[in-house]
Design a protein around this ligand. Structure first.
Ligand code: 9MR
Ligand code: ZN
Length: 536
């Protein structure tokens, strides 16, 4: 990975003018800020480093305030580290995180003019069989490979698309429109072009009764081969309650986003969303998804479909104005919904986004006033977690789960929404610390986005990156990060048992449990990046 971790942990993509510059210091003694010419600008006051419960590092945050554009040096004793401040430091990384999804495209070739050395021929183009009736075949094309594997899953895909669509609705200027993807320049913003690639696939995953297949995968994960070499039979796996609700929500949201660009496409999506809702109404009793006997690909099986149905009802109400959906959402709403979760397991946060940023006063008392109160309380908890961490990272030590980057980015999203609602700068500043975490201000001294940072993830668990014969991994993919909650025996063999949670990480290709990438980890990072990348 890299030699000795530095005494200073910084955002390795740089810092922005106009926003507070924060670094973490693991040393003792005064911290000096110098300019590029080596002249001392000032000595920085900071709190005595304390032991961070998640990493066991003795660390303190050093707030340098707002700095003018330029290169700086931080010094502490003999140690020093350079940092840069400029007006748009996160433009490229944010755009590349969106483009990271393009590299996950399935069913089409990636051409050299868009993908450079990562080009490859079309993959997974053969018809899929229905798992439950293998005499039935359907040819379904497109969609993104979910993660380091080549499976395609409806619920995670719907959540990823929703992150992108809300990013565009809220921070269009942070997204860029020149990603060099096949559709660039067609009049539709590129982030919407990329999201549409997945939406077209989601639409094909609907059955004639309105329900959605859970996933389109083989019975087992492929070896570490290129996608075009993965030629074994793919299957349409059984119907899933959560996937049907998430697809309904995402398609209803997409109706509003694409309406002014392509009305027939938007209408097609709303129709599919309503059809899915009708199926859900006719099937009120939740059946958890279980992998059928003999299937070992991703589970993604939620323990309840309440947050999913809630999110769908909110989006359908927002898109149709029909009271039946509002009433359904109100009925499903409880304070138990976790409104600061934006992942595939809990989608309450996406329902909250709809109510708080789209419906606003139109949501009515329950879905606006009550929900807002609950949301503000939950985001306050995220802020407290950040204050309790030596690096300002908004998760508890026992939340370094598989894909810990998701709760970190989810809390950043919640804090950003809080800032939008309240104007609170402390929330914005704490959200910024989560972005810094992703880009290097962490216990690993590692930038978790491939292709960025002086110390960066080099061996993500990502089949194309492992099989393409090119040293550098596919760029713009975010690693799931440290995981000490649910890890493989081979990871436990390599890391000492007393390794702290925030350091339970291996930059190794076989480490799916700590170093995989996933579309729904990229997309919340896109939301956070686009916010901080927007002109203020
Ligand atoms: O993101 C998922 C994580 O929350 C689970 O703990 C883990 C194990 O079940 O699975 C993760 O999802 C993987 C999926 O099952 C298959 N594709 C790769 C995903 C990312 O690792
Ligand atoms: Zn493919």
């Amino acid at each position: 990975m890299h030699s000795q971790p530095s005494v200073f942990r910084i955002n390795q993509s740089g810092y922005a003018t106009g926003l507070p510059v924060t670094a973490a210091v693991l040393g003792d003694g005064p911290v000096i800020l110098k300019n590029a010419a080596g002249e001392t600008l000032r000595s920085i006051d900071y709190d005595t480093p304390q032991t961070d419960p998640a990493s066991a590092d003795k660390v303190a945050l050093v707030n340098l305030g707002v700095l003018a554009e330029g290169n700086y040096v931080l010094e502490c004793g003999n140690a020093s580290r350079q940092l840069t401040v400029c007006s748009s430091p996160w433009n490229t990384v944010t755009h590349t995180l969106i483009k990271g999804l393009y590299y996950q495209r399935c069913g089409c070739g990636l051409l050299p003019e868009h993908a450079g050395v990562y080009a490859h021929p079309p993959c997974h183009t053969a018809p899929a069989q229905e798992w439950t009736d293998q005499s039935v075949s359907r040819r379904i094309t497109g969609g993104w490979h979910d993660a380091g594997d080549y499976g395609k899953y409806v619920a995670p895909g719907a959540v990823t698309v929703a992150h992108l669509l809300y990013t565009w609705k809220l921070f269009p200027q942070g997204c860029g429109d020149d990603l060099n993807i096949p559709e660039t320049g067609n009049g539709l913003p590129d982030i919407l072009n990329e999201a549409r690639f997945e939406l077209e696939w989601i639409l094909q995953m609907q059955r004639s009764d309105g329900s959605f297949h859970h996933k389109l995968t083989k019975s087992h994960f492929a070896a570490f081969i290129m996608p075009q070499d993965d030629l074994e039979q793919e299957y349409l796996m059984p119907v899933c309650w959560c996937a049907t609700a998430d697809a309904a929500a995402c398609l209803a949201l997409a109706f509003r986003v694409y309406h002014s660009f392509d009305e027939p496409f938007a209408n097609r999506m709303l129709l599919a969303a309503k059809h899915a809702w009708t199926w859900l109404q006719a099937h009120p009793d939740f059946v958890p998804f279980m992998n059928p006997e003999g299937v070992r690909t991703g589970w993604y099986g939620g323990r309840s479909d309440i947050s999913n149905r809630f999110w769908a009802a909110c989006e359908l109400f927002a898109s149709t104005g029909e009271d039946a959906y509002r009433l359904a959402a109100e009925k499903l709403y409880t304070t138990n919904l976790n409104l600061t979760e934006f992942g595939w397991m809990e989608v309450g946060g996406l329902g909250a986004l709809c109510c708080l940023t789209d419906l606003k006063d139109h949501a009515g008392d329950v879905l606006y006033n009550r929900l807002k109160e609950d949301f503000l309380r939950r985001s306050e908890e995220a802020l407290t977690l950040s204050h309790d961490s030596g690096y300002g990272t908004s998760i508890a030590p026992d939340r370094y789960i598989w894909g810990s980057i998701l709760p970190v980015m989810s809390h950043a999203m919640a804090m950003i929404i809080n800032t939008i609602l309240t104007g609170r700068q402390d929330m914005r500043d704490a959200a910024l610390l989560q972005w810094h975490y992703a880009l290097g201000m962490n216990a690993m001294d590692l930038c978790f986005v491939t292709g960025f940072g002086e110390n960066t993830v080099l061996h993500p668990h990502h089949r194309p990156s492992g099989a393409d014969g090119i040293e550098a991994p596919v760029p713009g993919l975010i690693s799931g990060g440290p995981n000490k909650c649910f890890c493989y025996p081979q990871t436990k063999e390599k890391l000492r048992p007393d390794t702290p949670p925030a350091k339970y990480f291996l930059d190794e290709t076989p480490s799916a449990d700590t170093n995989e990438i996933a579309i729904y980890w990229n997309s919340p990072a896109v939301f956070v990046g686009a916010y901080f990348n927007s002109p203020s």
